[in-house]
Design a protein around this ligand. Structure first.
Ligand code: C2E
Ligand code: MG
Ligand code: MG
Ligand code: MG
Length: 279
């Protein structure tokens, strides 16, 4: 087994490379049947209004524990799923789970706003506008209860693909909103801000977590919040872990926080208990 290096020379794979490739092959193999085996799950992490302290919504995050591969984190899972196309199955599983959950919550008077994460490949290969609308309809969910989170990488690619923009526009017209996730970490281009129907900005956790460690960070984060506000975006801070971070963000005018301080991602029933105990 060999890999080519820059100048066309060939080097043997290191033990590290072997480990990584074996792990990837195992995940690919196991992933194909993961959904049949019913061992994928959706957890919900609360999003909290910074002024009232109330839970206004939740982000749906996929979890996978496999008998052979063990716990596969989304950071490991999603790139492989994107590459193999299995992201379509995962995306559909999450969409179905979330819509069913919203329907179930509605029967108990809970109308929580839910965000899902989407990969660009889902919008490229599938008609996501129809797929999302069908699922919302089937479960009597209001479209304005759903947010689709996209990354800067997604935005950058979507910008050049008419059919993706069209699907996003259709969804926006029906009431679905879009959030720009991990803001500030990707390919910062401001062009897509006016092209794509984005209405929410999620400041990446790396900025929040170094708020008090790096001198320039409060100014940088303040600038991001001001930018979001001037675009009429709702601004969410990700990865808020301490009261200190929370206070700084409140002072800077951030709208919503999401992070371990207000709660880890949990099962739907647990989130429901949190909602009840806050009443
Ligand atoms: P993301 O969309 O930016 O989600 C936030 C991530 O930050 C989650 O990691 C969450 O558990 C973690 N997090 C939340 N609060 C804190 C905190 O206070 N401190 C720290 N250190 N971390 C916090 P997770 O669940 O491991 O997901 C990682 C990424 O995988 C997500 O980042 C998202 O990009 C992707 N992902 C997760 N579920 C899905 C999915 O269903 N579909 C797609 N396409 N991507 C997904
Ligand atoms: Mg997200
Ligand atoms: Mg994020
Ligand atoms: Mg992320």
């Amino acid at each position: 087994k060999v890999k080519s290096q820059g100048g066309g020379s060939i080097a043997a794979l290191s033990p590290d490379d072997h480990g990584r490739l074996n792990r990837k092959a195992l995940i690919e193999k196991r992933l194909m049947h993961a959904l049949d085996r019913n061992n994928m799950q959706v957890l919900y992490q609360p999003q909290v209004d910074i002024l009232t302290g109330r839970i206004t919504g939740a982000e749906a995050l996929v979890r996978w524990r496999d008998e052979e591969a063990g716990i596969v984190s989304p950071e490991e899972l999603i790139p492989i799923a994107e590459e193999t196309g299995l992201i379509h199955d995962i995306g559909l599983f999450v969409l179905e789970s979330v819509c069913q959950q919203m329907k179930d919550w509605a029967t108990r008077g809970i109308n929580l706003h839910v965000s899902i994460n989407s990969s660009v490949r889902e919008f490229r290969d599938k008609d996501m506008a129809s797929l999302i609308q069908e699922h919302l309809d089937q479960n009597n969910c209001r479209p304005d209860q759903l947010t689709v989170e996209i990354t800067e990488k997604f935005a950058l690619e979507a910008e050049a693909e008419r059919s993706i923009i069209r699907q996003m526009m259709l969804l926006q017209q029906s009431g679905v909103t879009f959030a720009l996730d991990d803001f500030g970490t990707g390919y910062a281009s401001f062009r897509y801000m006016q092209l794509l129907p984005i209405s929410e900005l999620k400041i990446d956790k790396q900025f929040i977590q170094s708020l008090s460690q790096q001198e320039k960070m409060p100014k940088l984060v303040s600038g991001m919040i001001q930018f979001g506000k001037s675009m009429d975006f709702r601004v969410i801070a990700e990865g808020v872990e301490t009261n200190e971070q929370f206070e700084v963000l409140r002072t800077l005018g951030c709208d919503v926080t999401q992070g371990y301080l207000s709660g880890h991602p949990v099962e739907a029933a647990e989130l429901e208990r949190w909602l009840k105990s806050a009443d």
